[in-house]
Design a protein around this ligand. Structure first.
Ligand code: HQG
Length: 179
């Protein structure tokens, strides 16, 4: 991705996940923004037009954003800290999922399990490579396995975001492997 695309993607993430008010934008309860309004609100802060927006959505390596079927609205697929209800249906996860984190968090994770922190959910990956990339952002990486099959059987709810990230409320230590 070019620098412009990366910078625009980062700014969009900030606006659509965390601080829509920073540019005077309002998200609807499911996290959608009207694209015309978004472009209007963004203009004083960041050079952008509809074509660039489209390229950011399509070129995004993690499919961070989705455009509605009618082409008029956009939202972040996951990662919000503002209160939105993505209205994702609960669904059955694969038997095993993965979570990449930094070794310095392990003591605390052993005690508390995985907590969602500032985000709405704990984020889990379907494969080790993705989990490794996620964990590396925080430091010396370690990949934990998650017994998602048993969690689901015991009543924990899972959702799959539109970009393939698995979401759940918390993962107690007893479901974690490689701790
Ligand atoms: C850790 C990126 C201590 C957790 C990625 C993680 C992902 C604990 C960090 C998405 C803990 C939170 C999410 C506990 C969890 N004690 N540390 N009890 N429980 N942690 O960034 O999962 O670029 O909020 O292991 O690709 O790293 O935003 O979560 O290391 O999909 O699109 O606390 O963010 O996507 O860090 O990443 P984060 P994450 P985007």
């Amino acid at each position: 991705m070019s620098d412009t695309l990366i910078r625009t993607s980062k700014f969009l993430s900030l606006i659509l996940r965390h601080e829509p008010g920073k540019i005077g934008l309002q998200l609807d309860p499911q996290g959608w923004a009207d694209i015309d309004e978004l472009l209007r609100c963004m203009r004083p802060h960041h050079r952008i037009d509809r074509a660039l927006l489209q390229r950011v959505v399509e070129g995004n390596n993690k499919q961070r954003f989705a455009i509605s079927e009618d082409g008029r609205r956009i939202r972040a697929n996951q990662g919000h800290s503002v209160a939105v209800d993505l209205a994702l249906a609960p669904c059955e996860p694969p038997a095993q999922l993965f979570h990449g984190t930094a070794t310095r968090f392990l003591d605390s994770i052993r005690e508390q399990g995985l907590l969602r922190g500032a985000r709405h959910h704990v984020h889990l990956s379907a494969d080790r490579d993705t989990a490794t990339a996620v964990g590396r952002r925080h430091g010396k990486v370690v990949v934990l396995s998650v017994d998602a099959g048993r969690m689901h059987a015991e009543g924990h709810r899972f959702h799959r975001a539109d970009n393939g990230v698995w979401l759940t409320d918390t993962v107690p230590p007893g479901f974690l492997g490689n701790l």
